[in-house]
Write a protein that binds this ligand. Structure first.
Ligand code: C5P
Length: 214
């Protein structure tokens, strides 16, 4: 991206709408950094599970978060997530972490810490950032905002493909049920819910290729 001013492009939307694929490629094309905020919530959840910390205990999670360092590195189209220096890029994509991240994501004080981290990263450089609340809460002043969506069957199909590529066995009905459950939790939480920013461009990706969306 040209010029001296930092550019922020936000991409929000539900799981399986194509945010990660599009955000990574767009960042690569524009030669700016890619920031995956979901990876931060996942990494924190992974750490709490490993340490047997009660995911309902906000006090304990906040204390843990304050002692945590999460680094996101982009290497071309590959993104690496480092939790306290250790590569957890694969660990944080497990079904267990995916289904338990909502505990942490619904805690206001934990979100405040995450939003703070994300803003600090955004203050340093131009970024394409993806999540649920990045156009509404984290970067309301972003230069460009997008909201990606797709119908639930297509989103579930994409998730299934992704999991099967990694060698997981998947039950389509169970996956769809989990996806709907996650949507519901993301849409209805009190703080930082999934929501289209008023000034975001809405894109239904159901019948579009990645290239077309970009
Ligand atoms: O984007 P991804 O599917 O990896 O996000 C995992 C979970 O993290 C979401 O289902 C959501 O609960 C939470 N999240 C969030 N706010 C964000 C990004 C993700 O609450 N900005």
């Amino acid at each position: 991206m040209s010029g001296n001013s930092k550019q922020i492009i936000t991409i929000d939307g539900p799981a399986g709408a194509g945010k990660s694929t599009v955000a990574k490629q767009l960042a690569h094309k524009l030669n700016v950094s890619y920031l995956d905020t979901g990876a931060m919530y996942r990494a924190l959840t992974f750490k709490a599970i490993q340490r047997n910390i009660d995911l309902e205990d906000e006090e304990a999670i906040v204390a843990m978060a304050q002692q945590t360092n999460i680094d996101l590195e982009s290497h071309g189209l590959r993104a690496k997530v480092l939790l306290d220096g250790k590569d957890v890029s694969e660990d944080i994509r497990s079904v267990e972490v995916t289904n338990k991240t909502f505990y942490i994501a619904q805690k206001p004080r934990v979100r405040a810490i995450m939003v703070d981290w994300q803003r600090k990263l955004g203050a340093q450089k131009s970024i394409v950032v993806e999540g649920r609340d990045v156009g509404t809460v984290v970067f309301p002043q972003a230069n460009k905002k997008f909201y990606l969506d797709a119908n639930v069957d297509e989103r579930s199909r994409r998730r299934m493909e992704e999991l099967m590529e990694k060698g997981n066995e998947v039950d389509k009905d169970q996956l769809t049920a989990e996806l709907k459950e996650r949507d519901n939790k993301d849409l209805t939480r009190r703080v930082g819910p999934l929501k289209k920013a008023e000034d975001a461009v809405y894109i239904d990706t159901t019948d579009l290729s990645v290239e077309e969306v970009i």
